[in-house]
Design a protein around this ligand. Structure first.
Ligand code: 9PG
Length: 501
């Protein structure tokens, strides 16, 4: 693999017994894990190499070792009394900051390295890790002119229609939402409307129309039209790839670099240091904005930040990503941008909202993939809760999107406690609210839970990082989650209790 250049920013040796310490880490992008774990535990890394690109930063992967924990942008170490250490980048626009905490005999060694122009980092010894982490992350948000608008309530087509979505599905749900007075602000069309990955302007054969026909009809029903794009990706079968194979990020062999596997095969990503690519991106967001979409869910954004051989090698990966996001923003200056599958801190100031965890799914866990293959970046309610809750402090970077509520009982394996935990997470995170349930599937109980999930709240704060029910932040001032598979005190497995424990 092409190895980017890195510099040492700082190194600290902490006089603390490693067995006493818990570590809070955050992965590179939306779907990478964030965890709160004993430092002596093992940080899992996916066994499948192709998942390194799709779920992590291949140039700074989770360690795969016991007692070695890697984190992007920030890192916290916590003692049993809540004191400890916090490290955090002060700027992430041009530089990636990498942290590693390592058990070193009876001490702990912390190393900070960076990729990109030299930046400072904050490193603090503190009596209150929660407070210091919130202060430093808010400082990073301010330094990068974070955009933190009031939360939106979004209906999105993905989690029930998936790629089979049709124009009629969208309109049926929008009409029903009106009839039931469901307080959605946005109706967002997801993946499935387009002819191919990269060929956004031609419809898929099953969609039953063209995406440009939808906005006027959604407007008439009183909803803001939203659309999904994976603006940097191109499938090998697309017209985009055929016409512009020279626009793709390359490997050292000079060939377009496959950057993941979804949609039934490999795909490529645009090299955003190419001026023609930036023009294409500007035109892409301007075109969908011209169709009437003012809410853009921009997905698989990690592609522009992957290591590889670029047209302009003087532009680093953080900057290449940033320039690409700026081009999309310039094409639709007044649009609300939700980033997904995106480098987190590197997006601050350019996006309105950010997915802060893996996809929610209509089941709790996919244990074989998570435990045996070391990959917790895949869709599941458990993975989404773990990661989004362990990134609670990111509300000062953008409007956090912990992904959709699932309240339906058909087409879902989630039980009552699990549905309640997702609802609890939405309340605690206090960010974007979304649902994908076909509204015709909801009975009175489902509609009541959906109404609750759409109630805007302010972000809550953890009460402790020294204790948790599962390897994530679970104890908040408004309630407690049990993410383990056993009941604890008066909390059943996978449940949320709206009270402090
Ligand atoms: C559309 C979906 C939805 C969803 C997004 C994203 O790593 N993966 O293989 C992976 C594939 C799909 C995925 C996330 C991860 O889902 O998060 O909301 O828009 O794309 O295809």
């Amino acid at each position: 693999m092409f190895e980017p250049e890195k510099q040492l920013v700082g190194e600290w040796v902490l006089d603390v017994r490693p067995e006493e310490v818990r570590v809070l880490v955050s992965g590179f992008q939306s779907w990478s894990e964030a965890e709160l774990r004993p430092l002596t535990d093992l940080q899992a890394v996916p066994m499948m190499k192709w998942r390194h690109e799709q779920g992590h930063d291949p140039a700074f992967l989770p360690s795969g070792e016991a007692g070695v924990w890697r984190s992007h942008t920030l890192l916290a170490l916590v003692r049993p009394d809540g004191s400890g250490w916090v490290g955090c980048a002060v700027d992430a626009a041009h530089t990636f900051t990498h942290w590693e905490a390592r058990v070193d005999g009876q001490q702990v060694r912390v190393t900070c390295t960076s990729e990109g122009p030299a930046v400072e980092v904050a490193w603090q010894d503190t009596a209150d890790v929660i407070g210091t982490l919130e202060t430093l992350s808010a400082q990073l948000g301010r330094n990068m002119n974070a955009i933190t608008p009031t939360p939106l309530r979004v209906w999105c087509s993905w989690y029930s229609y998936y790629r089979d979505v049709t124009l009629e599905n969208m309109l049926d749900n929008a009409r029903l939402a009106r009839q039931h007075s469901l307080p959605f602000d946005v109706f967002q069309l997801d993946d499935g409307f387009q002819a191919d990955l990269g060929d956004w302007f031609e419809p898929s054969s099953h969609f039953g129309g063209h995406a440009s026909e939808l906005p006027a009809q959604l407007d008439a029903l009183g909803f803001t039209p939203g659309i999904w794009l994976a603006p940097f990706l191109a499938s090998p079968t697309s017209k985009l790839f055929r016409d512009h194979s020279d626009w793709m990020l390359r490997g050292e062999d000079g060939q377009p670099l496959p950057v993941g596997n979804n949609w039934g095969g490999p795909y490529y990503t645009l090299d955003t240091t190419h001026p023609e690519v930036l023009n294409w991106l500007r035109e892409l967001s301007a075109t969908v904005r011209g169709w009437g979409y003012t809410y853009l869910k921009l997905d698989f954004l990690y592609g522009a930040a992957l290591p590889g051989v670029r047209h302009d090698p003087s532009i680093g990966r953080a900057q290449a990503y940033r320039n690409a996001m700026q081009a999309l923003r310039d094409g639709a200056p007044d649009a609300f941008i939700l980033a997904c599958g995106a480098p987190l801190a590197g997006s601050i100031g350019l996006v309105d909202a950010m997915r802060t965890g893996p996809d929610v799914a209509p089941y709790w866990d996919e244990e074989s993939r998570r435990v045996w293959l070391g990959d917790a970046t895949g869709p599941s309610a458990r993975n989404a809760l773990h990661t989004a809750l362990s990134r609670w402090y990111q509300h000062s970077w953008y409007q956090p999107d912990p992904d959709v509520a699932i309240v339906r009982r058909e087409l879902s394996l989630l039980n009552h406690h699990e549905r309640g935990s997702i609802a609890g997470m939405l309340d605690i995170i206090g960010g974007l609210r979304a649902s994908s349930d076909p509204i015709s599937m909801l009975d009175e109980e489902g509609l009541a839970l959906l109404h609750r999930c759409l109630q805007i709240s302010t972000p809550d704060r953890p009460t402790t990082l020294a204790q948790s029910f599962g390897g994530a932040v679970t104890h908040f001032s408004r309630g407690t989650f049990n993410l383990t598979n056993q009941s604890v005190t008066n909390l059943p497995a996978h449940a949320y209790l709206e009270q402090r424990l």
